[in-house]
Design a protein around this ligand. Sequence first.
Ligand code: PRP
Ligand code: URA
Ligand code: MG
Length: 217
Amino acid sequence: MKIINLSETNSILNQYVSEIRNVEVQNDRLRFRRNIERIGEVMAYEMSKAFAYSVKEIQTPLGIAPVSTPDNQLVISTILRAGLPFHQGFLSYFDYAENAFVSAYRKYKDTLKFDIHIEYIASPRIDGKTLIITDPMLATGGSMELSYQAMLTKGHPSEIHVASIIASQRAVDHIASILPEDKTTIWCAAIDPEINEHSYIVPGLGDAGDLAFGEKE
Ligand SMILES: O=P(O)(O)OC[C@H]1O[C@H](OP(=O)(O)OP(=O)(O)O)[C@H](O)[C@@H]1O
Ligand SMILES: O=c1cc[nH]c(=O)[nH]1
Ligand SMILES: [Mg+2]
């Protein structure tokens, strides 16, 4: 299993991550969503370097140019709802990708205990394709685990990319222990050390879905 933490290399990505974390900046919802989208764009670009390429002969008005382009058949799968702007960032770069959507939400029994519920999935067949599952936050990893299992009802991908922005160390360890070792890569822009008693990532950024779209009742 490969784990790629993009913040280990200095780039403008870190500016976007700092803004979504920053309590003074993150309440500007438009900027918050756009920053998530920009991180999706940068991550898509980095991920594209891991795809399989072949040379195509491209007819220009003046001749033939050999160009190496990716051959992967991509399915971008997103966990509602915080995943939506992240998904859009990936889709802006992988504009030929197919798309899948899975709903996963925490249903609280009390202030500390919750179950994760999946009620909706819309997906193409994914057999032999490159599955990218995007969710900006991996706290316990429970939503990602259940969403991955839900996606398996649509077939078996040839490779899997788990794309998140902020992941807890616990979630990275959990996902690494349950997804297929030989064909999975975990991508993130930060790995934070802790989750608190409410299963929020610390320092994290708070509730990504609420910051992007407003509080739920
Ligand atoms: O790793 P986990 O412990 O499962 O937590 C992470 C999940 O929490 C957030 O969604 P949330 O349940 O807040 O739903 P929302 O996107 O509707 O806000 C986030 O987008 C992940 O899906
Ligand atoms: O830290 C967390 C955990 C779950 N969901 C979030 O949006 N943030
Ligand atoms: Mg939320």
